[in-house]
Design a protein around this ligand. Structure first.
Ligand code: G1P
Length: 316
């Protein structure tokens, strides 16, 4: 890192989605508070940001998100009760979330899409580079992603997105990048971006996963980005403007090959919980034999016709 470049210290975490895929669990609780093993999903994301030196976090929230503010605050009654019991392990677990970073909140207002949510951070971010972390993607803390992205953005003085290879049949769930190689095998130059293309239209199988290091130029572009896929203002569309503009310094992608857990839909969420629990020293050894036994006893389960139809519909 060059000395004269300002460090990146701010992160934006959009958390205003309605979480309809998880109803009724998300009727009165934001989906970001769903527990992944024994921590709410959002805490993993805040921990990741803090581990990369981002200690000023702005969450873009919707209605019904008070639980998020409470989770990252102190709970004096609980602290006193645990102190009295002398339960210091639990006490430090309770307090960990409120020591990670300064957390600020702003409401999104109208739910007009990810690009709109990021634009809501403009006043707080000002004229600095910043990171955006999406809560549906959890990155295993043993595999680095955000720190190399920040370093790359400092080194190249440009916008960096995180990319990951996905199977062709899943690309319609993501923003997709057309890329060129660079002299670094882990970094690509992004030549084009398209939000959630069909498998036939996708320029590659490199999907945007929810980590971005953005420069303040993005805000002016977002201000004039028209609604795109799904009628929403898409961050991908604003990034495409930068990728297509040679004078902007372009967009580069760090290609992630580590472990990523998707908590965005129910099946992936259940898989994430299981994988992370199995990896834990305090839970894995007890859980693993049970999972093996369960799996051995499972009957083959070919998809019923209705399920197949539903999957096809979702893919289109
Ligand atoms: C968002 C982005 C998409 C990206 C994805 C990563 O989509 O719009 O480009 O690939 O996050 O998780 P969402 O999953 O919020 O629909």
């Amino acid at each position: 890192m060059r000395d004269n470049i300002a460090p990146i210290t701010k992160a934006v975490i959009p958390a205003a989605g309605l979480g309809t895929r998880f109803l009724p669990a998300t009727k009165a609780m934001p989906k970001e508070m769903l527990p992944v093993v024994d921590k709410p999903a959002i805490q993993y994301v805040v921990e990741e940001a803090a581990a990369s030196g981002l200690d000023d976090i702005l969450m873009i929230i919707g209605r019904n998100k008070n639980a998020l503010a409470n989770h990252f605050d102190r709970v004096t009654e609980l602290e006193i009760a645990l102190e009295k019991k002398g339960d210091h392990t639990k006490l430090s677990r309770v307090n960990h979330s409120n020591t990670l970073a300064d957390i600020h909140f702003v409401r999104q207002g109208d739910p007009l899409g990810l690009g709109h949510a990021v634009l809501r951070s403009r006043k707080h971010i000002g004229d600095e580079s910043f990171a955006v972390l999406l809560g549906d993607d959890l990155i295993d803390e043993r595999d680095e992603l955000l720190t190399p992205m920040i370093e790359e953005s400092q080194r190249r003085q440009t916008t960096i997105i995180a990319l990951m290879e996905v199977p062709a049949e899943s690309i319609h769930l993501y923003g997709c990048a057309a890329v060129e190689e660079t002299d670094d095998p882990n970094v690509v130059r992004v030549t084009g971006l398209v939000e959630k293309p069909s498998a036939e239209d996708a320029p590659s199988n490199l999907a945007i996963i929810g980590r971005y290091v953005l420069r303040p130029e993005i805000f002016d572009i977002l201000e004039v980005t028209p609604p795109g896929k799904g009628g929403e203002i898409q961050l991908t569309d604003a990034l495409q403007v930068l990728a297509a503009d040679e004078t902007s310094g372009g967009v580069y992608g760090v290609v992630f090959k580590g472990r990523r857990y998707d908590t965005g839909d129910r099946v992936d969420y259940i898989k994430s919980v299981l994988q992370l629990a199995l990896a834990r020293e305090d839970l894995g050894p007890e859980l693993a034999p049970w999972v093996r036994q369960l799996a051995a006893g499972l009957p083959e389960h070919p998809l019923a016709d209705e399920e197949k139809e539903l999957l096809e519909e979702m893919a289109n």
